[in-house]
Design a protein around this ligand. Structure first.
Ligand code: ADP
Length: 394
């Protein structure tokens, strides 16, 4: 047996999974929440068994120690799990990093340096890496970057139309995020349809949301930009907007840069428009006739439709559309509303299949195949991390 421990650390949480990248078998997974806050909670799942621990976890070090402790107390024992690597999700890999990397001191320094581009994400990723290396020095640690899949975007989609010297000096370009998911899902689509020349749009709709255009496995555009703020409407993020809105709010409302950052990243999107960032609530409220929720849903799905049209044009045609993540996998309403009216592009959903939401949801005579593909970022991270431990292995 060979397993990988996948660690995904957020600002106040650590998600983890112990799995076998070959058999896909998950032997344990869990979530530790509210690091650095009151009421910390760790939920550890082994099969059907759930163990809950409450405590105060001051930092990622204490959090990760609690995770290792729960493994030792309720199992499976990490020392007997045949761990070949620890795979760490890292959000921003910058211009240079185009794939997974073995973590050493130099890579830690690089992840730290890139924190200015991803101030909310890279610091907690790095904190977890540092503690994990201390606590588990005997196994290789591999960093898998959200941006890596999009490293080779064509210049015309990665470049912002601003002063070139400023862009160069401050590393301003489209990096793209959720790359692990877009890579995994686009590969799944190719496998299911048995073709490696597909023009595919992947719509990753979770709390964060992003679209990608992938031709034959190679991404040619994606909706998140220098940061995860650009693009689609998200749970709490605005996605695309006129940047002059920021100047205006600064001048007339006196909002400073931190207030604007909070407004657009944490208080916008679905939450900002109608008071909830959960698509289940939004849909229910819209159905109950609440005008703000109906508008929020319409803005959300219209933005998706626009991106589908734009990416079909970017690729010179379209063969497949894949929905994934929490909303994409579970909301027939969002899938239906966002693709309605796109028959001219060859997209025709089947109502019953869309309601079932399992595999292909387009009609048999739809020129474009539309699918629901559950994402599995942990599996993808585990596969990439295991590749380092067993370079020639499967
Ligand atoms: P994250 O980006 O946090 O990983 P997920 O991919 O888990 O997010 O997606 C979370 C979101 O999925 C929730 O905020 C919720 O809006 C949405 N969601 C989950 N289940 C459903 C459902 N049955 N119908 C509509 N939306 C759902």
């Amino acid at each position: 047996m060979s397993t990988v421990l996948v660690v995904n650390a957020g600002s106040s949480s650590i998600k983890y999974q112990l799995l076998d990248p070959d058999t896909r078998e998950v032997s344990a997974k869990g979530l530790l929440e509210r690091i650095g806050q009151a009421g910390g909670e760790l939920t550890h799942r082994v099969g059907e068994e759930t163990t809950t621990r409450r405590g105060e976890y001051d930092d990622h070090g204490e959090g990760l120690q609690a995770v290792l402790d729960v493994f030792e107390e309720v199992g499976p024992s990490l020392s007997e799990a045949g761990i070949v690597a620890v795979g760490h999700r890292v959000v921003q890999g910058g211009k240079a990093i185009d794939g997974p990397r073995l973590v050493d001191d130099a890579l830690e320094t690089e992840i730290d340096r890139l924190a200015s581009l991803a101030p909310l994400h890279n610091p907690p990723n790095l904190a977890a890496i540092r503690v994990a290396r201390e606590l588990m020095p005997q196994v290789p640690h591999v960093a898998v970057f959200d941006t890596a899949f999009f490293h080779d975007l064509p210049d015309h989609s990665a470049t912002y139309a601003i002063d070139a010297a400023t862009a160069e000096q401050y590393a301003i370009r489209r990096y793209g995020f959720h790359g692990t998911s877009h890579k995994y899902v686009s590969a799944q689509v190719a496998e299911r349809l048995g073709r490696d020349d597909l023009r595919t749009i992947v719509l990753h709709l979770g709390n964060g949301a992003s679209a990608s255009a992938v031709v034959g496995g190679v991404p040619v555009d994606t909706s998140m930009g220098m940061t995860p703020l650009e693009g689609l409407v998200m749970g709490t993020r605005s996605g695309d907007l006129d940047p002059a809105i920021l100047f205006h709010l600064h001048r007339v409302a006196g909002l400073d840069v931190d207030a604007l950052d909070t407004l657009l990243n944490k208080k916008s999107g679905l939450l900002g428009m109608c008071g909830s960032n959960d698509m289940r609530d939004v849909t229910k409220a819209a159905d109950a006739g609440e005008a703000d929720a109906a508008l929020a849903l319409a803005v959300y799905t219209y933005r998706l439709r626009r991106y589908v049209g734009a990416y079909a044009a970017a690729m010179g045609g379209l063969d497949a559309v894949a929905f994934t993540a929490g909303v994409g996998e579970n909301s027939p309403r969002v899938r239906w509303d966002s693709l309605a009216g796109l028959e001219f592009l060859g997209i025709r959903l089947d109502e019953a299949r869309n309601a079932a939401g399992d595999g292909v949801i387009s009609a048999d005579d739809s020129a474009v195949t539309v699918l629901v593909v559950p994402t599995d970022e942990e599996l993808e991270i585990a596969r990439q991390a295991a590749g380092f431990a067993r370079p020639s292995g499967g």
